[in-house]
Design a protein around this ligand. Structure first.
Ligand SMILES: [Zn+2]
Ligand SMILES: [Zn+2]
Length: 180
């Protein structure tokens, strides 16, 4: 489950807490992950004066593109969650709460007192896909001349040339040395 009924927890008041297991699937993360992605973990729910703080960790395996060689690579990731959720209905009086947090609908506890972590987890997962990823720490990347994947084949291109910007810098340094 990625969604929990927090009615009883909210009735217990500020400071009340529960630990819950996270288990479910995330959809629509990105084009590298077209199928539902299983997610596992735990969450600690604590009642605050304003709502419910959800803190926990979730593990999932995402396919990402290696930044150096551009090959798809699958890696297990652990994401740390910390978000405060806000009730839309006062659990004691049944009254509608003021709509202060409507700009973040994924953080609203619905009128049936369900706190749903699915969208928050999905957004954290999407944020992870934007981080640079490497298929392995020593990925050799693509040859800038012929495009060969250097993890698979050793091409014979001459790529030891100095970066042109560095070459200019080297010239400038050389020139200033001459002046002294
Ligand atoms: Zn790579
Ligand atoms: Zn090459």
């Amino acid at each position: 489950m990625l969604a929990f009924n927090v009615a009883q927890l909210l009735k217990e008041g500020t400071g009340a807490s529960r630990q819950r297991e996270l288990s479910g699937e995330l959809r629509d993360i990105d084009e590298n992950n077209p199928h539902p992605v299983p997610v596992q973990g735990y969450v600690h729910l604590v009642v605050t004066p304003e709502g419910v703080l959800a803190m926990g960790e979730a593990t999932l395996s995402l396919v990402q593109t290696c930044r150096r060689c551009l090959e798809p690579t699958e890696a297990a990731l652990t994401i740390a969650i910390e978000e405060e959720f806000y009730p839309t209905i006062d659990v004691v009086t049944g009254r509608q709460m003021p709509p202060e947090h409507d700009d973040e609908p994924e953080l609203l506890i619905d009128e049936r007192h369900i706190l749903d972590l699915t969208e928050v987890l999905r957004q954290y997962a999407i944020a992870q896909t934007l981080e640079p990823t490497y298929c392995r720490p020593d990925c050799k990347g693509l040859c800038p001349v012929c495009g060969a994947n250097r993890n698979i084949e050793a091409c014979t291109c001459e790529t030891e040339q100095l970066d042109p910007r560095l070459a200019i810098l080297a010239q400038l340094l050389g020139a200033s040395e001459d002046q002294e």
